[in-house]
Design a protein around this ligand. Structure first.
Ligand code: NAD
Ligand code: LMR
Length: 338
């Protein structure tokens, strides 16, 4: 379905859960405009939310119709998880209980893991074979882990979580520091968990200059900033947005979710990697099976972890702290389910 040679491609069916919420409201028009799968790819959008949000969800459906998107070939708005998951090629799972000001991500764990177990069962039985899944809702890595465990028919490689927002935030901080355009910065890495423990790593990042690509570390020339303020700002950006807006980041989360799926399906540009939360194969000493954010390149709908990057002691410590936190989240999630 991804490589159809027809001029008029077959539509791809995309599920968005929590579609009446604020990320959902920002995301569905981006998908319908082709920002996720390309300007020549027709889409059918399935939107799921809970009973209490049914009226608002129907309002979103009315707006999608009113916007007269040329690529939008169908919309389903439902509170029935089976109808929502049926024959979907891509599932973007945004639905859940969001973190509010003052709450830690662990506080939202018990509310969300049981939702993810139920949705895993529905996707397992009703999604299209080879469905690609992106979990956005927090705790994103652990929700994706639960989904992976309870949807055994979906290939492990097809279950991912969003750390592209953190990746984009890291690019943004370097571009602001150097006063260069964000598109001239590439190859930052987010290692680990989408939490305040995440490790934003600029050691391998490069910046396009008039005289070629230069290491970001050399241009920044301030190791202390890279090891402190840069990391803290990226780690705390979600909380800073919640404090400022009294709601979690919606515009940037929706945009980054489009970036994640677009690069996964259509491929990353040559010489560029992005960060994705994926099932660890043991690379860089990360315990196998954890959903952990790595630098990945994508080609023909498959991601591969970028191998061979040099890891210094400072990085090793932060990467291990993320693995430890994710192991703890995993046990906590299982204790919530039991
Ligand atoms: P929101 O509260 O505005 O929307 C969540 C929606 O999910 C609501 O409409 C709610 O009714 C719905 N919902 C609740 N339970 C559901 C269920 N069982 N099935 C389907 N829908 C359900 O929240 P939001 O601001 O849109 O954030 C959504 C999630 O994304 C939160 O968990 C938030 O923490 C997370 N988030 C993640 C990232 C990231 O980078 N990974 C960034 C921003 C926000
Ligand atoms: C974000 O990174 O903006 C979100 O995950 C919000 C949060 O709960 O931290």
């Amino acid at each position: 379905i991804w490589s159809s040679l027809n001029l008029e491609k077959d539509p791809v069916t995309v599920l968005v859960t929590g579609a009446a919420g604020q990320i959902g409201y920002a995301l569905v028009p981006m998908i319908a405009r082709g920002e996720m799968l390309g300007p020549d790819q027709p889409v059918i959008i399935h939107m799921l939310d809970i009973e209490q949000a049914a009226e608002a969800l129907n309002g979103v459906k009315m707006e999608l119709i009113d916007a007269a998107f040329p690529l939008l070939k169908g919309v389903v708005a439902t509170t029935d998880v089976v109808e929502a998951c049926s024959d979907v090629n891509i599932a973007i799972l945004v639905g859940g209980f969001p973190r509010k000001e003052g709450m830690e991500r662990k506080d939202v764990m018990s509310k969300n893991v049981s939702i993810y177990k139920a949705q895993a069962l529905a996707l397992d039985q009703h999604a299209a074979p080879d469905c690609k899944v992106l979990v956005v809702a927090n705790p994103a890595n652990t929700n994706a882990l639960i989904l992976k465990e309870f949807a055994p028919s979906i290939p492990e490689k097809n279950i991912t979580c969003l750390t592209r927002l953190d990746h984009n935030r890291a690019l943004g901080q370097i571009s602001e520091k150097l006063n260069v355009h964000v598109s001239d910065v590439k190859n930052v890495i987010i290692w680990g968990n989408h939490s305040s423990t995440q490790y934003p790593d600029a050691n391998h990042a490069t910046v396009k200059t008039f005289t070629g690509e230069k290491p970001a570390t050399e241009l920044v020339g301030d190791d202390k900033w890279l090891k402190t303020e840069f990391i803290d700002t990226v780690q705390q950006r979600g909380a800073a947005i919640i404090k400022a807006r009294r709601m979690s980041s919606a515009l940037s989360a929706a945009s980054s979710a489009c970036d994640h799926i677009r690069d996964w399906v259509l491929g990353t540009p040559k010489g560029t990697w992005v960060s994705m939360g994926v099932s660890s194969d043991g690379s860089y000493g990360v315990p196998q099976g954890l959903i952990y954010s790595f630098p990945v390149t994508c080609d023909k709908g498959e991601w591969s972890i970028m191998q061979g990057l040099k890891i210094d002691e400072f990085s090793r410590e932060k990467m291990d702290a993320n693995a430890k936190e994710l192991m703890e989240e995993k046990s906590l999630a299982y204790s919530c389910l039991n």
